[in-house]
Design a protein around this ligand. Sequence first.
Ligand SMILES: [Zn+2]
Ligand SMILES: [Zn+2]
Length: 374
Amino acid sequence: MYRIPFDRVNWTTSAFLIGTALIAVVGLPIYLIHYGVDWFQLGMLGFFLTATMISITVGYHRLFSHLSFKAKWPVRLFTLVFGACAFENSCLDWASDHRRHHKHVDHDGDPYDISKGFMWAHIGWLMFKLNPEPPMDNVNDLRKDKLVMFQHRYVHWIGFFVGLVLPSVLGYCWNLWQGQSPWVGALGGFLIAGVARIVIAQHCTFFINSLCHTIGRQPYSTKHSARDSAVMAFLTFGEGYHNYHHEFQHDYRNGVKAWQWDPSKWTIWLLSKLGLVEGLRRVPDSKILLAEMREARMRAEKQLEKLRQQGPDVAQRAEVAIKELAERLAANYHELEQQVADRVQVSREGLRNLQQETRSVMREIRRISSLATS
Ligand SMILES: [Zn+2]
Ligand SMILES: [Zn+2]
């Protein structure tokens, strides 16, 4: 039985999270049955949801928490204003929590430590304050930014006026112009682009802390629980490639491969072409491949160990074959490592060949071990 520590409940946050969720799942359907929805309301939902999510992923996360690029004031202002509309606290608070998450991932100092359970990482850490708040001594660089400090002071007012009052006023004006009841339009704006949008944006962000540490692959590192998942990337504006992100947190890309769904990366790239951001940080391809090869080698060693435990006669031939493949991986790995250390420029084709070889070796290892163990 779970025992709820009522004396440690963060009542304001809990009331907000539960209240908005109730309005979205009970109040909104009643409104829709009575009044329906028009394209203007849907357009507002699309705009406010995209603006809020992009402000969290591009602004709060990649810009302010990880300094993965530099941005001019219009980008900082936009992401701080619409970031406030997510009602996920001020950027300063958010970045402080998030930097601690990376530093202590899966351990006690991690505010949304997945080892304490899925619900804790998703929402529990916000609803309960089990430990005293640690000092925010890891965001002193952000304190020098006047816009960040202004947002820190007035975050709830900004969120209230831009995130709730503005869609209501726009809904009011639109209906008035269309010769329909303005108050129905205002209520629609409040419920759809206001409250429902907050609930969707919040849970999509919370998924990064819960599901992105639970489902998916770990191609770059198994030292932490973060995972890569295309489905999660779709729900989180590209943040679902979380295994890569935890391994290379200062890279402005989370979906590092060209085909991976990462609208936040595309937005940053586009802004750089417009001259609004600069200094985009990228991890060199050779380093990324080294991480992948290191993981592949570890998986090969684990397979080998599993086969060895089955006894000498069961899988001896398979063991010899896998050992040879694992040695090939190791040789490739050391060769590339040496080239990186010597600062030799490795060609794109060379990297691609190594990557393909790593993948085909891993496929071969999986095939041999499944044959041997079946
Ligand atoms: Zn994480
Ligand atoms: Zn991060």
